[in-house]
Design a protein around this ligand. Structure first.
Ligand code: SF4
Ligand code: F3S
Length: 112
């Protein structure tokens, strides 16, 4: 199993999750973070840290966000997406996007 970052993270990137991950398996794009499923050790430390509740265990991912399981795997090795090990300020627009639905169309797949 692995943990998965869901659409709530898009346009927010609070990065509290990064601060607690013991294996540094978060990867960063311009407006989203993902977890590398091959590196995650399922410790569950990150899930309660996210202020917008964007992280779930793979088995608890809601049906309408099932695509994010593959998306985390894909983007964690996507060219230009880089490992993030230190917490940093959330994106400037985070409050405006908190709780919005259908944010997948906002996802910027380019490298950070
Ligand atoms: Fe990192 Fe643990 Fe979260 Fe996996 S479950 S991403 S190892 S903090
Ligand atoms: Fe994203 Fe939440 Fe981490 S918004 S960057 S999953 S703390």
């Amino acid at each position: 199993m692995t943990f998965v970052v869901l659409e709530e993270c898009i346009q927010c990137k609070h990065t509290d999750c990064v601060a607690v991950c013991p294996v540094d398996c978060f990867y960063e794009g311009p407006n989203f973070l993902v977890i590398n499923p091959d590196e995650c050790i399922d410790c569950a430390l990150c899930e309660p840290e996210c202020p917008v509740d964007a992280i779930r265990a793979e088995d608890d991912v809601p049906h309408d966000q099932a695509a994010f399981i593959q998306l985390n795997a894909e983007l964690s090795v996507h060219p230009g997406w880089t490992r993030i090990t230190v917490q940093k300020p959330a994106l400037a627009q985070h409050a405006q996007w908190a709780g919005a639905k259908g944010k997948l169309e906002q996802l910027d797949r380019n490298g950070a």
